[in-house]
Structures are given as structure tokens and as C-alpha cells.
Design a protein around this ligand. Sequence first.
Ligand code: GLC
Length: 629
Amino acid sequence: MTPLSPGSRDVARILSDLTTSGADREFLANAELHLPRLHELFVQLYGDRPDGLERLASVVDLARRSWSERPPALKALDRDRESTPDWFESERMLGGVCYVDRYAGRLSGIRESIPYFRELGLTYLHLMPLFESPEGNSDGGYAVSSYRRVNPALGTMKELAELAADLRRAGISLVVDFIFNHTSNEHEWAQKAVDGASGFEDFYLIFPDREMPDAYERTTREIFPDDHPGSFVQLDDGRWIWATFYHFQWDLNYANPAVFEAMAGEMLFLANQGVEILRMDAVAFIWKRLGTTCESLPEAHLLLQAFNAVLRMAAPGLLFKSEAIVHPDEVVSYISPEECQISYNPLQMALTWEALATRDGRLLQQALERRHALPEGTAWVNYVRSHDDIGWTFADEDAAELGIEGYPHRRFLNDFYVGRAEGTFARGVPFQENPRTGDARVTGTTASLAGIEAGDAGGEDRVVLAHALALSSGGIPLLYLGDEVAQLNDYGYRDRADEAGDSRWVHRPFRPAQEYADRTDAGTPAGRVFARLSRLIDVRRSTPEFAGNELIPFDAHHDAVVGFLRPGLAGSSVLVLANVGDHAVHIAALTLSGLAPDAVDLIEGAHISLRPGRTLPAHGVAWWRVALR
Ligand code: GLC
């Protein structure tokens, strides 16, 4: 066994081994480019391990083999992506997300839905976890028992690869989860680890008694307190194992490089099935150190970068999407071309809802001003809601500047969205309410949270407004499929044993067949919402100013109005204004006087004059193409 040595000697040795083993030219070129960085990361992560160098060499060999098996069509895609590295920043990008079973029964049903996805304009489709997982509660598939087998109820891996190819032909990139922080307790590695099989002893974090779990839990936070307190669960034999989420989701031990190697193998396997974007699940939790929160530690970043370097060698067309639903400073720390190129934007999502509840856009405006910028070559994924709960992840220090106190404000928002506050339009449900800490998050579909379920007159406008912001603020907008036809909460989960304990199922309804049938009927909420969102989507697609991420805040001089400019290349910009309030507001001529008076209302498709000022209706949105004077 040989430890890693800093400097270039290890790299030279591995590269020369690759040359003698007959690795192909393209792979060698990729390895020359990315191996030095992977080596450096390995030195930082695994420098104190006696087997560091062997592990690195076998990861590189894995990448070589994976490259040699990569189908020619995917290698062609790699070249394409490398020659247009900003492909995902285009104004034509539009994401959709759905559960295979709930939306379409099986993978074959998803394939049959491709014409609809095209009609909608999707270029990105996230299929929720579809791997083999335990019967009954599997955290919606986030407890994976095999990364190489599709849940038989949904189809097969061969069908998934064929679907990926069909989607690609339709201009749609397949996105799947890479659930690499943990596996299910039924995964082969988990079974072997519990049995003490050689090579698997250190795959997970298992302790003989409570000493270490107690020590760790002094500083970690409870994620699913409804399921179990703390971060550990007890095995049948009395030992304790790390389980951040459900008791059947066991955290992997990345301090062991064998775990990295094994997971890199699963990642490359998925890449070769034609997956184009991996949604990196629960990134904040992947590295643990005693005496810390065990979230977002520096090593978590090094690990992601190491996975990324492996990808660059063996499947360079792929992207990583970060799922970090944490403090905004931490969210951005995962975003860079070398780590995760795209990321959920949980702050904009949560603050859109915050603004709608308070009828005050200032916190959202402040976030757009100071927390929107990203490094070149990266993009936000902007969404209105996901399959998970809404957590109020704004920074207390930001809120304090506006005289808003974090704790009571979060309480208010929770009460408001679960329908407990007086005068609320929202019909949400609490998730993981923790009476000890007062912490809670909110679940509910967009239509139910926005007021359509409660019959509030502003409900449809709010749905449109929230989507209009996600569609215009930059990056990739992501639609939860079904929301475009105003699907409501599904309270049926309470009668389904496997779901009753997890209120997130309230906003994961089955494909709303009636609403889809109604989508051409303007006499229904589904029809009206669909027509308005379709219009926004069409306009976005033909508005080059919406590409990329550049955004210039625009002060509309009304607390209820969020405003920003999206500058284009040809001197024109699009001014986006959203009135989160319940009353019409007049944007004064003076406020608009920095803009040429002749503008185009893109949503209405009409020429307008800004000279007299403009009135925005309650919950109204404007996308105006303007010229700066
Ligand atoms: C992510 C998923 C969530 C899941 C958790 C554990 O946060 O979005 O649904 O419960 O990871 O895998």
C-alpha cells in the first residue's frame, strides 16, 4: 500500500500506466487535464490513508473503463456540450419534474407523454427517484437499494436508457437524482457492512454504544424528528448507525476512499445510461466531523469536486445540480464550474412565498440585489415549489436590516401557509413540526398555497406571478408538472399507510387527469392558469434577454413591487415588475424616466408608452422590453 504524495509524481505514474494500458487518445487528453486536480483533492481528503494512491489509481481505471463503454451517441453529446458550454443558460431552457408512477404509471407512460412535454416546451425532465428501494415507505424513492436497477414497478434500466435517448431526440435532457449521501438499509453494501463483511466494515458510521452518537448529536440538528430523534438509529444487535433522514436511510462514510470509489462507479454507470444532469441529493450532509454541525464542511466541497473531476474524464457532457437547502451563504458555496454547475435557488423560492404572504416585496428584492449573482458558467434552477417542503431559509442578518426578526417572522409564515393565520389565503400543511424547537416547514401544491383551493380571488394571479418570477429571473426555470393546470392538494395521502406520516405527499398528487382535460377550457382554473403560463413560457423562449443570469435591480418605489432589469446584447433590456400586493399600484412617470418612453409589453404583445407612468394591477406582472436612455 502506498500513501499519496503531494506534487506531480503520482500523477505522472498513473498517466504513464494509462498510456501503456492502451487508453484511447480522448480519454488520455481528459485525464491529463483533470487528473492533477483529482489528485490534489485526494491528497486533501485521503492524504493520511495508507491506501490513498491505490484508490486513486483504481478510480482512474474505473473512469477509463467507463469511457471505453460510453455509447458513441453520448460521446457525441459530450463534444457538443463542450463546444457550447453555456447551453444550459439559454432562454429556451425549461425544466419539468414529476414522479414516474404518479404522473405516468411507468417509464413507458413517460415516453408516451413526450408530445405533451414538447407542447409545453420542456428541455429538461427530472424524473423523481426511480431506483430499486424498500417496499412501503422509501422516502419517495430516496432510499436506494440499487443504483443499477430501476424499481420493477416502473420499468427497467434498459427502458430508462431508451427513454433518455428518446428524450434527447425531442430536445429534452434527462435528469435523475444521485442520492449519494446515503443508501437504503437494504442496499447490498448496507447488508455487508452490518454483517462485518471484509471491505465493507467502514462503509457506514456504526458505533457499538451511545458514546460517539451522543458526542456527535451535541452539535448536529434533527432533520426528520417525526421519524427519530437525533442523527442515529439503533440496529437490531444494539449498535448505532448514522441516519440523517429516515431510519432506513443510512449515511455513507466518505472518510473511507473505498466509498468514494464505489459511488463513482454508480455515478458513471448512470452517466452511461444517457442521464445528462445529476441532481446531487443532500450535498450538505456528506462529510461528518465531531464537534461540528456536520453540514457543509469543507470536505463536502472537496468530495463534490472530486466526483466532478471523475465525470470530466469519463462523461464530460454531464452537469451536477446541487440540492442544498440551507443558509444562502452555504447554498452559493456549492456553485462553481468545478463543483455543481447548477443549483436550486431555495431563497428566491421561499421569498416569493414570503412576499405573497406579507404583500411586501422588500426581502425578495434585497435577495435579488445581493444574493443573485453567480460565477460565470453556472446557473440557478428557479422554481416555485418542489416535491419537498418549503423552509424559510433567508438569512436573519438580511431580514434584520429591514427591521424583520427571523424567528417570529418564520413562525408567522408557517402559520400563514398552514392556514392558521387570520385572513390567510393558503391551504398548506405543516411538515416536521418540532414542538421542542418551534421549527416547522410547509407543504402544499402551488395552487393550494396561492389561494385557489380557498377560493381566494387572487389565487390564479399569484400562481402566475410566482411562475413569472421563476421564468424571468435567470437560469433554468423548473415547473412541478401538474402545477401548470393548477393541481390542488391531495389529502388522500392521509389514508395511505406508507404516506400518512409524511405530509409532503399532500403536494405530490397523481397526474390530475381532469385538470389536464380542462386545460383548453377558459371556464376553469386549470384552463386559465394553463393559458397564462403557456403564454409566459412562449414569451420567455423568444426573449434572448432572459438567457444567462445577469440582473440589475430596479427600484419601483413601492414596497409591494419587486423589480429588475434583464439586460440583453443589443442594448435592449426586459424590465420585470411584480406587484405582490392586493391593490393596484401606479409606477410613476419619474420612476420610469430613465427608460425610453416607447416600450413593448411582451406578455400582451403590444406597444406601450411609459411616459404617463403605468399601473400594475393587484398581483400583476409586467415584462416590458425597454431601452435605457
Ligand atoms: C432530499 C430530497 C428529499 C429527501 C432527502 C433525503 O432533500 O429532496 O425528498 O427526503 O433528500 O434523501
